[in-house]
Structures are given as C-alpha cells and as structure tokens.
Design a protein around this ligand. Structure first.
Ligand SMILES: Cc1ncc(COP(=O)(O)O)c(C=O)c1O
Length: 338
C-alpha cells in the first residue's frame, strides 16, 4: 500500500517547494506540565517556504498544476494575516508566476506580519472590503479573464482535492518516521480551518491503516457542518488518488469547543498556549491557529480526553508571522505559574 500511495502521489508531479521530512520531536517540558502524557510535535512550521507552515505541502501540488496551465496570475484569498496567502505568494515567486491576493477588509495603516511578507514576496494585493472572500476572489478572477488573462484560482486555504494530497503525503511521511523510530501516537491534534490538512491526514491514515485518532481543533466553524466539509474534501482527494476509501462525516473528529470570540480573536486559551510553548520548549505557536489548537490540546488533556501515559502528537501547522502583527495581544495577562 505504501508504494502504491507513493506512486499515486508522485504521478501528480508536485513541485519541490518545501523542506521535508519535517522534524518529529518530543516536548518533554510541555509533557511534564500536563502531567501524564507524552506530547510530541510534528514541525510543519519548518516546511521552509517563506517562514514555513502547512500550506507549503498543499501548494507543492497546486502550483505544479498552475505551472502546467501557464497561470497568469495565480490567485487566492484569505484574511489580512493569511498564512496561506503569504505562502502562495512565495510559491508563485519560486515558480516565476505573477500572484494576485484578495485579502479581507481594508488596507491596514502599516504592513505587518504576513501582509508585510506578501508585499516583500511581490504579490499584488486587492482588498475585499466587506465582501465574502470567495465571492470577491471569483469577481476579481472573472475581471482578469475578461481582460484576456488566464488566472489559476486557488480556493481558500488551498483546500480542494489536489491541495489535500499534500497532507496525504504528509501522513505518509509521518508513517515512515514512526516506523523508523518504532513510535506510535494514540492521538494527533491539529488546527482545522478550511479542513484540507485534516482531510489529507485522514485519507493517509485510512490508506496506511494508522489506528490512532486525528482530532481537529476547529478554528472558526461549528463542528457539525465542518465534519461534512472535511469528509467531502477527503473523499475528493481519495478519488483523485484512485484509493478505495470512503470517509463519512461521523469518521471526522472535530472539536468546536475553542472558538471563543471567533476567528482571530485571541483569548486566554491561546495566550496560555503561546507562553507555555515559548517558555518551556522555545517553540513558537501563533495567535490564530496553532495557539488555539495547542490550547485545545491542553484543555483536552486536563479534561482527561487522552488515556494516562498516551503519546499525543501536536501537528504544528505554522503561522508564526502573525505573532508580529498581534503584538501585545498575544502576551499572557498574568505571569505563568512556575
Ligand atoms: C497556521 C495555520 N494552521 C492551520 C491552518 C488550517 O489548515 P486548513 O485550512 O488546512 O484546515 C491554517 C490555514 O488556514 C494555518 O494558516
């Protein structure tokens, strides 16, 4: 099965955009703080493309298609501090293609964090104002087509059947690291927003026979509708890879218990996770995605979701440039207990 999966993935001819395999490391001091668990991290914040993150893996597949189609330009959308937009800009630069980003809201007074990097990476940014992001992206793409150009449109988060294959490949990578080190993880915890990362991990896990749980921490969506979307993305990727796999919404584990004030609104949950990872492991997590996901992992550990002694993998998906845009809002209000 491993060889078949590898061949199906290779047939999609992904570009060499990132640094992988990414490290798989223990977090002994976080584990000690949480008590009875053995927490590890998969360092997809170290995928290399313009400060790293999960989108490099999806873009390896998407950008290969964009090059084949002679994209002019590559287009995508996201929030003002979108990591996906920043990595798309970097991938387009590497592929020698122009890039147009449609970002939410209005231009900020100063370029910071991901938006600063978008500009350095040469993307042309257009602002969606109050329009829904995908509608604004479609409108801009239509206008470019009418002007005789050939835009290649990457959906929000890079999540479609092709992009999801990046995380099928990532699960294969983890599988090989686990086998080489004789390691097993009872649970994998990952930030889930457009759902493609979790969908890819689910397909890879099912194809390889990985028996552990894959728990998505929802960043913005209620779990019920999100399970359906993730299952649909997973099935799309499975079909593209000619895998005889069907993922039902009930197979998708997602928690929406940590949505707090909504997308991008930082609370004590994220602040505690940011400070804990930084101060105990020298590990950076971000205020929007990985801070919320690690905060969710900590909360679930305290609630007793994991079995005593269970080895739990925190799949780090990147996002750290947003720390520089959030500034003080990411700092804990109270000193951490020793
Ligand atoms: C840092 C970070 N982590 C996690 C995610 C969520 O990944 P996905 O959109 O594939 O669910 C994103 C993307 O939006 C992200 O930027």
């Amino acid at each position: 099965m491993i060889e078949t999966l590898r061949m199906q993935l290779e047939a999609l001819a992904p570009l060499d955009l990132g640094h992988w395999p990414t490290p798989l490391e223990p977090l002994p001091r976080v584990s000690r703080k949480l008590g009875r668990f053995d927490v590890w991290v998969k360092r997809d914040d170290q995928t290399g493309l313009a400060t790293g993150g999960n989108k490099a893996r999806k873009l390896a597949y998407l950008m290969a298609e964009a090059v084949r189609q002679g994209a002019d330009p590559v287009m995508t959308t996201g929030a003002q501090q979108s990591n996906h937009a920043r990595q798309t800009a970097a991938a387009a630069a590497r592929a020698g293609l122009p890039c147009v980003l449609v970002l939410g809201g209005e231009p900020p007074a100063a370029a910071q964090g991901n938006y600063l990097l978008d500009t350095i990476l040469g993307a042309e940014v257009r602002w969606a104002g109050e329009q829904p992001l995908m509608a604004a992206l479609t409108r801009e793409a239509t206008a470019l087509r009418e002007a005789g150009r050939a835009p290649y449109v990457i959906p929000y988060g890079g999540s479609n059947s092709l992009g999801v294959c990046g995380y099928v490949a990532a699960m294969l990578e983890l599988w090989e690291q686990m086998r080489a080190r004789d390691l097993h993880f009872g649970s994998i915890v990952v930030a889930s927003s457009s759902g493609g990362t979790q969908a890819g991990l689910l397909v890879g896990a099912r194809a390889l026979g990985y028996p552990g749980r894959i728990l998505g921490i929802s960043i913005a969506e209620p779990a019920k509708s999100f399970r359906q979307e993730i299952a649909q993305l997973a099935n799309g990727a499975a079909k593209l890879l000619a895998l005889d796999i069907a993922i039902a919404p009930a197979d998708v584990l997602v928690s929406d218990a940590y949505l707090g004030g909504g997308y991008g609104v930082v609370s004590d949950l994220e602040r505690e996770a940011i400070a804990l990872a930084g101060r105990t492991e020298g590990l950076l997590v971000d205020p929007v995605y990985t801070g919320r996901a690690l905060g969710g992992l900590i909360a679930q550990a305290r609630q007793g979701t994991f079995a005593p002694g269970e080895r739990v993998l925190f799949w780090h998906t990147g996002g750290t440039p947003a720390l520089f845009a959030y500034g003080d809002a990411a700092l804990p209000k109270e000193p951490l207990s020793p």
